[in-house]
Design a protein around this ligand. Structure first.
Ligand code: ZN
Length: 367
């Protein structure tokens, strides 16, 4: 990820120069309608879409329904629209519907391309004028949809819907909403055997990080859950969609820790991750957990923010129940806030974290 972060930095610095747009080859580029769609897309990219403020180039309906109306915007940090040059690969039209396929990439110094994403958009008329739409809005019509409780489940036609799991998920939602004192909210839940099928439905033919062995993966936005590999019961992301927005003043590790405590991570329970972490830490006495917030991934299965964040959340829950957890969720966003909160709720100073956490991980592993 470091290389990606560097490149992101590079592009943020040059973002002020504006988004560069080129075309591969557009059939029919002289047609008035095609030109209109090309201009629409160019205008949208030039309108600072990373801010997701009211936008004349995006359709009204999605803007009214969703605060973050462009569902691909938040696919990358800080944004899909961080300044990568955009190369339109194709413009396809069928009746009055246009599909735009665009590559976000740049050429490295040695000439090789670095591709962030290949994204799809739809352009349709709204009150007579062409506007952009999410590919998902059109593509989801090809999937099945079943509503159980507050969840609209979308799934591919090969998938046999599991009502039991869907009901169990609603049980989980009711329980966490009760514990956190919030009202369950309806949301869309997209599931497939593999996460990349969901990405494709969403409009991503390619994204940085695609591929590798198929493993459970998920992502939550403010009103949607996208997940692959766990069917109707992907609780980690459902925690994010139901609870996160009610507690805006929390550190990233707080949210990820509680989500992992309640819903596991990448399809495995917190206990499973703790056991692996124990083995790893015993082999690596040089890893200093006093600076744990600087650590990212232990390997491709386990991340420190899930496992250590989960363990800390568990200790606080054991100590003071959900009320203490709720207080812990409003202790501030900075790293200093997080270390201070651990001191406040568990009585552990930052300089004691390495010995405390190693000891607790050892105890939990042998339970
Ligand atoms: Zn998470």
């Amino acid at each position: 990820m470091n290389r990606l972060q560097f490149i992101i930095f590079l592009f943020l610095s040059s973002n002020a120069l504006g988004q560069k747009i080129t075309y591969n080859y557009v059939v029919d580029s002289t047609k008035v309608e095609t030109k209109e769609v090309m201009m629409l897309f160019e205008n949208y990219l030039a309108s600072n879409p990373q801010n997701q403020t009211e936008n004349p180039f995006w359709n009204r309906e999605e803007q009214q329904k969703h605060k973050n109306y462009d569902f691909l915007e938040s696919e990358f940090h800080p944004s899909l629209y961080m300044g990568f040059p955009v190369h339109v690969l194709s413009l396809q039209s069928k009746k009055d519907i246009y599909r735009i396929k665009a590559q976000f990439s740049y050429n490295k110094q040695d000439g090789t391309p670095y591709v962030l994403a290949i994204a799809n958009y739809v352009a349709k008329r709204e009150n007579g004028k062409f506007k952009l739409f999410n590919a998902l809005t059109v593509n989801k019509q090809t999937w099945n949809c079943t509503t159980v409780g507050v969840v609209d489940f979308y799934y591919p036609t090969y998938h046999k819907f599991n009502y039991q799991k869907a009901q169990k998920l609603n049980g989980f939602i009711n329980e966490i909403c009760n514990n956190f004192g919030v009202k369950p909210k309806p949301f869309e839940y997209y599931l497939a055997d593999d996460y990349d099928e969901v990405q494709k439905l969403k409009g991503l033919d390619y994204y940085m990080g695609m591929g590798g062995p198929s493993k459970p993966r998920g992502k939550a936005t403010d009103d949607k859950v996208y997940c692959g590999g766990l069917g109707e019961y992907y609780t980690h992301e459902v925690f994010h969609v139901q609870i996160d927005q009610h507690y805006p003043n929390k550190h990233f590790w707080v949210s990820e820790g509680i989500a992992t405590l309640l819903g596991g991570s990448r399809g495995k329970s917190l206990d499973w991750h703790i056991k692996r972490t124990n083995i790893h830490l015993r082999k690596h006495p040089e890893i200093n957990l006093n600076d744990m917030l600087k650590l990212t991934n232990l390997d491709n299965e386990t991340s420190y923010h899930y496992v250590l964040g989960g363990l800390i959340a568990k200790k606080i829950l054991d100590k003071g129940g959900w009320n203490l957890i709720k207080e812990f969720m409003s202790e501030g966003k900075t790293d200093e806030d997080y270390y201070n909160a651990i001191k406040k709720y568990l009585g552990i100073h930052k300089a004691e974290l390495n010995s405390y956490l190693r000891q607790q991980i050892q105890i939990e592993s042998t339970k």
